[in-house]
Write a protein that binds this ligand. Structure first.
Ligand code: SF4
Length: 182
């Protein structure tokens, strides 16, 4: 059950309409499941594994990630989209990511202002620094770094389906996801 007074949500939609979000939903934190098999995919298939503070194993075990999230009652799931000439071209696709990250920072700020502490997860591994400080030194920007959604064991496609948020939005349309726990 929510511990957030309903007044805190007043005017939220109007404020959100100022951002180029494609779709969004507010879910109960309990709607989100944390799966060990997602972590298995990180470990066995993702080139980012063990290369950055925003990915496993640096983010902790799935159980620890789950505990961190469970301190919050709600999660705001949102997408942005970007059209590219050829979605199979990774360079083109990844070039659209920074715009989404910037919007994620702004949405995170908006939610902090309204609701207090947040925990925000975003797309892929953090790319703020050209070379991540991991593992030799602490993260240089812990206040701006968003761990990858999947690194927490969350299968974002399942969550999106639960929320009625489309994952495929056109042949050459990139869909980026973020989650703000609040
Ligand atoms: S902010 Fe820099 S040091 Fe921290 S996770 Fe991102 S790339 Fe690595």
């Amino acid at each position: 059950m929510s511990t957030i007074p309903i007044e805190k949500f007043e005017g939220l939609e109007e404020e959100l309409s100022e951002y180029p979000l494609f779709l969004y939903a507010i879910l109960e934190g309990s709607d989100v499941t944390f799966e060990e098999h997602v972590r298995y995919v990180c470990r066995t298939e993702c080139p980012c594994y063990n290369t950055t503070w925003s990915c496993p194993p640096a983010v902790g075990t799935v159980e620890e990630c789950c505990e961190r999230c469970r301190r919050f009652d709600h999660v705001f799931l949102f997408t942005t989209i970007a059209e590219v000439e050829d979605i199979a071209n990774m360079e083109q696709t990844l070039a659209t990511r920074e715009g989404h990250e910037q919007i994620t920072r702004e949405i995170d700020t908006l939610f902090r202002r309204r609701f207090g502490e947040t925990l925000t997860l975003s797309t892929e591994s953090c790319a703020i620094c050209e070379h991540c400080a991991y593992p030799d030194a602490p993260c240089r920007h812990p206040d701006r770094m968003f761990p990858c959604v999947e690194s927490y064991g969350i299968l974002v496609t399942d969550l999106a389906e639960k929320a009625g948020i489309s994952f495929l939005n056109g042949q050459n349309v990139v869909t980026w996801f973020s989650l703000v726990w609040f």
